[in-house]
Design a protein around this ligand. Structure first.
Ligand SMILES: Nc1ncnc2c1ncn2[C@@H]1O[C@H](COP(=O)(O)OP(=O)(O)O)[C@@H](O)[C@H]1O
Ligand SMILES: [Mg+2]
Length: 445
């Protein structure tokens, strides 16, 4: 890690598992350069400005500057809206997102720090590199960090010979003194809990990447962590190691509900109903999965379920954006006497959504996962589906990565109707239903 701090190469990437101290190491470098070279201009940028606020800026303000630092005390601004941090010696650290590139690209920088650099495209990286100037600091640099992803990722390839345009420095949990005691040559109690506890519970490529720091291709099942085993009935209501609920399971009436819809025309249309417990865990307990299911018909059915009191009103119904389908569904529900408003799902980034769902399959320190399924959620199987998956669980058991793709993406031949609806629900629950005291379940552990 010190190697990263001392390197003067023009591009330096710290690559390693979550919690290995990559971000703090790069931030210390930003701080040190700004202190040493008056008038230095450093940029910290990610895909969006918003994504800096609760990640890297927390570490910056808390662990690098410290709460009583003059930079914070003299201009006490909200972390969310702050544009920069001004040093007494004229150096400045500017914050920006690649979603608003004008401000970033109209200036020149002595250094640029890119946390979670795998989120960027190659063109962003190269454009940023073009904004380095030889100014107040004797060497210009992009410094970056990331968790490993696919070995075909452009950033990883950029670090490979013969060009090796970017210097890759691997980090491990043993670089973080909170987790590894160098003197004793042993894990600290926090290390045992985080590394040996939480991360050890991961499976597949996630485990390779987050725990071992290996750039491993994602192959096999997308939701490899799915254990199609019932939780132990005698333990009820405490979930066991599996992700399956008992048959006939119903959530308590007072848990919040969220529904997700994926529209199909010749493909099936899917409606999933999920309940959210007070700790934020999700339970998929009812579904419609049918071809030739008209949206107005589905809207009528859903309105009936609400009006008869069979279902409590959901906090949201999220679906993919198809204006015709949405209009028809809402019309159908109104005609039945209950207007059900549909909300556009957050589906901008499929990879982010899949990672967020995967994280819910991991068991947490309490031994429980954060996602569960009722085996008999589907009430009326569609006979025309024949050999194709006919419900959410059947999809999960067959939902694989595309082994011919260099990006992490599901095989386009797999049925993903219910899997998509599930992803919309998870994204909604993570963003809008997080419950107090429980950490948000982002994809990054
Ligand atoms: N060398 C270090 N000294 C003090 N704290 C550290 C050190 N390395 C890591 N930490 C702490 O460990 C946590 C995780 O570090 P971070 O830099 O965010 O890891 P990463 O970016 O690899 O996920 C942070 O809270 C950070 O303050
Ligand atoms: Mg980090």
């Amino acid at each position: 890690m010190a190697e990263g701090f001392n390197s003067r190469d023009s591009e330096v990437l710290l690559s390693g598992p979550a919690g290995s101290g990559k971000t703090i190491s790069n931030l210390l470098k930003v701080y040190w350069v700004c202190r040493k070279y008056p008038g230095a201009r450093y940029l910290i940028t990610r895909k969006t400005r918003e994504s800096l606020t609760e990640s890297v800026l927390v570490t910056w303000e808390r662990d690098v500057l410290g709460p009583s630092h003059p930079i914070l005390v003299n201009r006490p601004l909200q972390r969310r809206t702050r544009q920069n941090y001004q040093f007494p010696n004229g150096s400045i650290v500017v914050l920006g997102g690649m979603d608003k590139p004008d401000k970033i690209l109209s200036s020149e920088w002595d250094g640029i720090f890119i946390p979670e650099a795998t989120d960027l495209e190659l063109v962003d990286w190269e454009t940023l590199g073009g904004r380095l100037r030889s100014g107040k600091v004797p060497y210009q640099q992009i410094i970056a960090d990331c968790n490993p992803t696919s070995p075909f990722h452009w950033l990883y390839l950029r670090c490979q010979p013969p060009e090796s345009r970017c210097t890759l420095i691997p980090t491990t949990h043993k670089d973080n003194p909170q987790y590894w005691d160098r003197v004793k040559q042993d894990w600290t109690p926090a290390g045992v809990q985080y590394v040996c506890g939480r991360l050890e519970r991961m499976t597949g490529a996630r485990r390779k990447r987050f725990l071992e720091g290996v750039w491993e291709a994602a192959t096999g099942l997308v939701y490899e962590g799915f254990i199609a085993r019932p939780w132990d009935a005698p333990l009820w209501p405490e979930p066991g190691p599996g992700h399956m609920l008992p048959t006939g399971w119903r959530p308590p009436a007072n848990w919040r509900r969220v529904w997700g819809i994926d529209w199909g025309e010749s493909a099936p249309t899917v409606l999933l109903m999920a309940a959210v417990d007070p700790q934020g865990r999700l339970y998929f307990y009812r579904e419609q999965y049918r071809t030739r299911l008209r949206p107005d018909e589905l809207g009528r059915w859903a309105a009936q379920e609400l009006m008869t009191g069979r279902e409590p009103p959901p906090q949201a119904v999220v679906c993919d954006h198809d204006p015709v389908m949405v209009k028809e569904f809402e019309k159908g529900s109104r005609e039945e006497g209950r207007h059900i408003h549909l909300k556009q799902a957050d589906k901008r980034d499929q990879h982010e959504g899949i990672t967020a769902v995967q994280a819910r399959f991991d068991r947490q320190l309490d031994g429980k996962a954060r996602i569960f399924f009722r085996p008999d959620a589907l009430e009326k199987p569609d006979p025309t589906l024949d050999t194709k998956p006919n419900c959410l669980i059947a999809e999960l058991a067959a939902y694989k990565y595309d082994e011919n793709s260099i990006k992490d993406r599901p095989d386009p031949n797999c049925s993903d109707h219910a899997a998509d609806a599930m992803r919309y629900i998870v994204m909604y629950a993570n963003k809008s239903m997080s419950s107090g005291g429980v950490s948000p379940y982002s994809g990054n552990p």
